[in-house]
Write a protein that binds this ligand. Structure first.
Ligand code: FAD
Length: 479
């Protein structure tokens, strides 16, 4: 295989020694690790086609990798497979100002797009907190979100077209420049497909004009419940903030210690609420948000006095995950969504479960979207602690589904949420997902074992939990 690959790819872009493969052994979910058989770093579409054609002919699994910041194990290598890094596809091909679009290779970093567009007064709205490192290819494959997705939508709402390679190397263009296109919406299907349907090799992104004015409020609360009520009240009042984020006390203290953002470290929770638009509109919305925050029981409301302070407020939020990483050797980040009005109740129930398991949980999340990120702190070196963490994670995601939410809002399923997917979908629904996978990848070689559980797996998972009496619920009987 290596000899055949060398006919199409430079020898130093093919890695097979264990020490060369080590950097690829996990993504942002460090709990699970594996070394691939080979890692390849092609530089052109023709080289990627050569890798895929060879793997297709020889029946070798392929796992695509962008920056490896994923939090669900999507880029976790397969031991007898090829790890296909798109890191060298890092060129911003075109910024089209009249069309307000950017055409980029998949390995371009998210933040690099907005940095390049800024000189034209434009930006790319989806802004994952990992935007300094994560790639557009990874964003499309995960349908990534971010602070500003409450108002401007997820990745799927901000791309116009993409080019992909099927497992047999066939080149396919999806989407169109127009608001609608004929046929099935395969571009939307590819968005969030976690590397299971094809390899993304080019993306055309929508750019937006930079808002004339953005104002950020920081509100401190003495109870998480009140902060949750404030989120519901802001949305119910008809305001659509550009971002509405919540952090609980553990997250506040960790972030403050790390970046000194000026957060009140004794608050039970803070909300960061950003309004943007024309200057007058932003000022009016800011006053309305401020009034609602006071009415719903905030003990302190601050408006960033200048751009520097506004950026400081956000720096704490954006650095919250690495900040929490300083508190404990390992963390496990859940990503469930829930209806906004259930926020306070669900956070309370998560705290109860966490106490029962004896594991601390920090919460920092997209409150406006109802997209929770409970971070379970644990130490993988302590026997049994990873298993307890996984169990708590499953219980949290089941709770999200039970109150009408989902097991993932933006981080994808990967390997981490493969079992909780059994709560979310019926066997008939999973069967349709498998049919789509087969239509794109008949041999099942692209990122196998991720994102969509087999019916067999769900049956075993359901039976296990019912037998242990851990998750008794009627739905599992369907399996
Ligand atoms: C500190 C931190 C904060 C984060 N904050 C957010 C956040 O606010 N919002 C959010 O949505 N996510 C967030 N994430 C998660 C992560 O950054 C996103 O999921 C991101 O989209 C992953 O991009 P990546 O380039 O690192 O992809 P990777 O981790 O390398 O891969 C992710 C998945 O995409 C597939 N893939 C990658 N490239 C391609 C390609 N070219 N073609 C086909 N499949 C491909 C992989 O196989 C894998 O399944 C955060 C992560 C960290 C570590």
């Amino acid at each position: 295989m290596i000899a055949s690959l060398r006919e199409s790819i430079e020898a130093d872009a093919i890695l097979y020694q264990p020490e060369d493969l080590r950097p690829y052994e996990c993504d942002g979910l460090s709990a699970y690790r594996a070394l691939p058989w080979l890692a390849v770093l092609p530089e052109t579409i023709e080289e990627v086609q050569a890798v895929l054609r060879l793997c297709y002919a020889m029946g070798v699994p392929v796992v695509a990798r962008g920056a490896g910041t994923g939090l669900s194990g999507g880029a976790l290598p397969i031991e007898n497979g090829v790890l296909l890094s798109l890191a060298k596809f890092n060129k911003l091909l075109e910024i089209n100002v009249p069309n307000r679009t950017a055409r980029v290779q998949p390995g371009v970093r998210n933040l690099a797009v907005s940095e390049a567009a800024a000189r034209h007064g434009l930006y790319y709205a989806p802004d994952p907190s990992s935007q300094i490192a994560c790639t557009i290819g990874g964003n499309v494959a995960e349908n990534a979100g971010g602070v500003h997705c409450l108002k401007y939508g997820l990745t799927v709402h901000n791309i116009l077209s993409l080019e992909m390679l099927a497992m047999d190397g066939e080149r396919i263009r999806l989407g169109s420049g127009g608001p609608d296109g004929p046929g099935y919406d395969l571009m939307a299907l590819m968005t969030g497909s976690e590397g299971l349907l094809g390899i993304i090799v080019e993306v055309t992104l929508k750019l937006l004009p930079l808002p004339q004015k953005a104002q950020t409020l920081l509100a401190a609360f003495d109870s998480v419940e009140r902060a949750g009520d404030a989120v519901a009240a802001i949305i119910a009042a008809g305001l659509l903030p550009a971002g509405l984020e919540m952090m609980d006390n553990l997250a506040i203290r960790a972030a403050e210690d790390f970046v000194h953002a000026g957060y009140p470290v004794d608050a039970a929770a803070i909300l960061l609420c950003e309004v943007d638009g024309l200057a007058e509109q932003a000022a009016t919305d800011c006053e309305r948000a401020r009034a609602i925050l006071w009415e719903t029981g905030a003990r302190e409301v601050r408006v960033a006095e200048n751009e520097e302070q506004r950026k400081k407020f956000w720096a704490g939020r954006k650095a919250a995950f690495p900040a929490i990483g300083r508190l404990s050797p390992d963390y496990y980040c859940m990503d469930g969504t829930i209806p906004r009005r259930r926020l306070a109740e669900v956070l309370e129930r998560i705290a109860q479960r966490a106490a029962e398991h004896g594991l601390p949980v920090a919460n920092v999340f997209h409150a406006g979207d109802g997209n929770l990120h409970p971070l379970i702190l644990y130490d993988a070196n302590r026997p049994g602690e990873l298993e307890r963490t996984e169990q708590l994670g499953v219980e949290i995601l089941k709770l999200c589904v039970d109150v009408g939410g989902t097991v993932t809002g933006e981080h994808g399923v990967g390997v981490e949420k493969i079992n909780p997917m059994c709560f979310q979908f019926s066997p008939a629904e999973l069967t349709q997902l498998h049919a789509i996978k087969r239509a794109f990848d008949a041999k099942g070689l692209l990122n196998p074992g991720k994102a969509v559980p087999s019916l067999h797996r769900c049956a075993e998972f359901g039976a296990l939990h019912v037998r242990c009496g851990k998750l008794p619920h009627a739905e599992l009987e369907r399996f």
